[in-house]
Write a protein that binds this ligand. Structure first.
Ligand code: UDX
Length: 434
């Protein structure tokens, strides 16, 4: 099948590769010509396992091409996936500007039946809006009106695992009331070894938000519980392991830490809260989820501050900037808030991350970027682990302790063994750990 993907961000690029792997010919459209040229040369704008090799394989076999030509891209493909961003507006709602632009281009260049599939995370009712926007653009630009369907097909891929998730999803959600559209989507996903759930577009749209909101709730639940564990000398890791053995609860997304970040959870929780208040409904659990996530780094920094007797002129080594391992994405990363807090309290902040970069504006406040955890930790008063990069658990910790001024460590991801670290001589603080 010939498939067009509009938008070459995280989701777009991953889906281009996934659909090519499934045997389709895929065009990736983006308005950014420079980006399109670089992608055609196999150069990716994101760090993500497996993408580079897979892209060069499909470029060589001409199964993937990138284009900045909207007219040709739309006219040569009958199935169009919308993978553009839906960033948060200042009021927390989702900004549908890029979705609307895509709809207007489709309406303008449509030359026969098109199936338009919304993969971007978009609020309930977006599919209906898309139908209207495409129709209005058709009426405006064309003499002949062509048939089209718009379906919702949300993505659930995780950064750092994006291609594997896209190829082996837990479920495929199809929101459509058109048999023609549903049949095409079923054919596209016929190799997926998972349930295909067909529902109406509105339900599909809410499934995406509700899923992310629920996962965020699990994280905030365990993070808040970790505060009680701190007070009572209980290890939250043990508690989470025991809870997770109950199939009804499940063990995933119960890892206490500095809070969730990334391009999805914070944005999607805000968008759902905005939607609820728009409907004059209070989603009080979710309000708390967002609040706990905001306060978790503050709570942990207060504990560290107390232990160090203040941050002023203390050298703090921050390990990890990305919102999670295996990505260079720092969007909404709790590490950034932690660095800002330390700087505001006049600490000397040294940062290491294997791939992610500190935002440029923080250099003005004196952040030092270090090429190794060792350089960051030299003469430091404390280490704060913000991202659970696997290489941090393999560090030579006895040596790290030797080069520090004061061997204090706040393991913000509970990735190290408290027992081992204390045996080495560290003043070890985990999140809700003994
Ligand atoms: C998420 C969803 O998992 C995915 O289905 C959706 O489509 C996009 O949003 P992603 O943002 O890539 O994916 O990352 P995810 O692995 O879900 O982690 C999100 C954040 O939660 C990270 O900051 C992570 O460190 C944190 N987290 C996750 C925890 O703090 N504890 C956990 O137990 C799990």
């Amino acid at each position: 099948m010939n498939i067009l993907i509009i938008g070459t961000g995280y989701v777009g690029i991953t889906m281009i590769l996934a659909f090519a792997e499934m045997g389709n010919r895929v065009t990736g459209y983006d308005t950014d010509r420079e980006k399109v040229n670089r992608l055609n040369m196999g150069l990716l704008p994101i760090h993500e396992p497996e993408l580079k090799e897979t892209l060069s394989k499909h470029l060589q076999h001409n199964r993937i091409v990138f284009s900045a030509d909207a007219e040709k891209s739309i006219q040569h493909n009958d199935v169009i996936f919308i993978c553009v961003g839906t960033p948060a507006r200042a009021d927390g709602g989702a900004n549908l500007r890029y979705i609307k632009l895509a709809a207007e281009q489709i309406g303008r260049y449509i030359n026969g039946y098109k199936l338009v599939v919304i993969k971007s995370t978009a609020p309930v009712g977006t599919q209906q809006k898309m139908v209207r926007w495409i129709s209005l653009a058709q009426i405006h630009y064309n003499n002949v009106l062509h048939p089209f369907d718009v379906s919702s097909n949300p993505e659930f891929l995780r950064e750092g695992n994006a291609l594997a998730d896209a190829l082996n999803p837990d479920r495929v959600i199809i929101g459509s009331t058109s048999k023609r559209a549903t049949d095409i989507l079923k054919t596209i996903y016929n190799k997926a070894a998972c349930p295909v759930f067909i529902t109406r577009p509105k339900e599909a749209e809410l499934i995406k938000y509700a899923s992310n909101a629920f996962l965020a709730t699990k994280i905030s639940f365990i993070n808040e519980l970790s505060r009680l564990c701190d007070k009572m000398g209980v290890d939250v890791r043990e508690v989470a392991s025991g809870m997770g053995m109950d199939k009804r609860i499940g063990s995933l997304f119960l890892k206490a830490g500095i809070g969730y970040g990334g391009s999805c959870f914070p944005k999607d929780v805000s968008a759902l809260l905005w939607e609820a208040s728009n409907q004059q409904i209070s989603l009080s659990i979710l309000e708390k989820v967002a609040e706990i996530n905001r306060s978790q780094p503050i709570y942990l920094m207060a504990r560290l501050k107390e232990r160090l007797g203040g941050f002023s002129n203390r050298i703090i080594a921050v390990l990890g900037v990305s919102f999670k391992p295996d990505t260079d994405d720092i969007r909404e990363s709790p590490a950034i808030g932690i660095i800002q807090k330390l700087l505001a309290e006049k600490a000397v902040v040294r940062v290491h991350d294997p791939v992610a970069r500190v935002p440029a504006q923080l250099f003005d406040y004196g952040v030092e970027e270090c090429v190794s955890p060792r350089l960051a930790a030299k003469d430091a008063d404390a280490i704060v682990i913000c991202t659970d990069w696997p290489q941090y658990s393999k560090l030579n910790w006895p040596q790290m302790k030797k080069i520090m001024k004061f061997p204090c460590i706040l393991d913000g991801r509970n990735m190290l063994s408290a027992k081992t670290m204390r045996r080495i001589g560290f003043d070890y603080m985990g999140v809700g750990s003994r």
